[in-house]
Design a protein around this ligand. Structure first.
Ligand code: FDA
Length: 299
């Protein structure tokens, strides 16, 4: 980290939590499940659907992984009780992926079954590249048994198009995004346009083979190109939705909504927002970005 960035990090650490909260709160619903419910109700009132993520800390034990599962059970109950139009997003490492793959699979299975009992859906977020293959393996195993589970692919990864070809064979509900982690050039495209091209190439293949896609981007170029593809290929409304992060490019969100496309907002909540924010800031001192980025990373 360069000296200026280091100084920024040190400075932010000295700020009172309440001040850091000013940055965080735009991207995080709040500390509690009630905050998540409130935000989703507001979105639903505008005709916008949601996916809720519980912000977690880096976990080190099976007990902590199991605690994450219990929190997701409670979340599913509350979504049902309040009749929210929201599914859930889970991160495999919050459910023990880095500790014990089989245990993680067990917990993810339990969450999917619980969601099924509420007629709900589970999106498995994609984390950084050491976890790509194992996440796909878990998804494929679970997809063979359940239809209420979907996965995320990242268009910055060079492997992604091949993964699409493979996952299309089992009929996959995708979220397609660019990817948020810092990955080495050997495995990831670095150019802005290359990442976009791989996004569109992957999207086209997903559509051509009849899959459902959550088009997760705030990039107006990609949104325009997706509109064009949807129109040209006459993709029916029950085969796609747009997705954005809470607090980001709300004008685009509202435009997509008023254009008559389904739009889903990723709503994170949880008490760990501060630790998250500070840790992310140490890695990436661009204040405008770090909190939203932290949502996708535990390490
Ligand atoms: P780009 O980064 O070019 O952003 C386009 C414009 O949008 C920017 O110029 C800026 O104006 C605005 N913008 C975008 N992100 C912003 C932010 N955080 N704060 C402020 N402004 C912002 N990644 C991952 O690796 N695994 C995952 O599971 C997911 N899941 C996921 C779900 C959903 C619903 C979304 C929208 C995104 C993700 N991501 C993710 C993150 C994704 O990979 C990507 O990093 C971000 O969406 C930013 O990429 P864009 O396509 O928006 O383009």
């Amino acid at each position: 980290m360069n000296p200026l960035n280091m100084a920024i990090v040190q400075f932010v650490k000295l700020l009172p939590k309440s001040v850091v909260h000013i940055f965080a709160k735009k991207y995080v619903a709040g500390d509690t499940l009630d905050d998540g419910v409130r935000v989703v109700k507001e979105l639903n009132a505008k005709g916008i659907v949601a996916t809720i993520d519980i912000l977690g800390e880096s976990i080190k034990t099976r007990g902590e992984a199991s605690e994450t599962k219990v929190q997701y059970f409670e979340l599913l109950e509350v979504i049902d009780k309040h009749k929210l139009d929201s599914n859930i997003s889970i991160k495999p490492t919050a459910l023990g992926l880095a500790i014990d793959v089989d245990y993680c699979k067990e917990l993810v299975t339990e969450i999917i079954e619980k969601a099924k009992s509420y007629n709900n859906f589970v999106r498995i977020d994609m984390e950084d590249s050491p976890f790509t293959q194992v996440t796909i393996d878990i998804f494929k195993e679970l997809r063979a048994k359940y239809d209420n589970v979907g996965i995320v692919l990242q268009s910055y990864l060079r492997r992604t198009y091949d993964d699409v070809v493979d996952l299309n064979k089992i009929g996959t509900n995708y979220r397609l995004c660019k990817g948020i982690y810092i990955e080495p050039e050997e495995i990831a495209f670095k150019g802005r346009q290359e990442v976009r091209e791989n996004f569109l190439k992957s999207l086209e293949k997903m559509f051509d083979d009849g899959n459902y896609v959550g088009i997760a981007t705030h990039d107006d170029y990609l949104i325009k190109e997706s509109y064009r593809m949807i129109e040209e290929k006459k993709i029916p409304k029950n085969k796609y939705e747009f997705q954005m992060l809470y607090g980001v490019t709300e004008y685009l969100r509202d435009k997509i909504n008023s254009d008559g496309h389904k739009i889903r907002i990723y709503v994170p909540y949880g008490e760990h927002w501060y630790a998250y924010s500070i840790r992310r800031l140490q890695e990436n001192p661009q204040v405008a970005w770090y909190i939203a980025k932290s949502i996708f990373s535990f390490k």
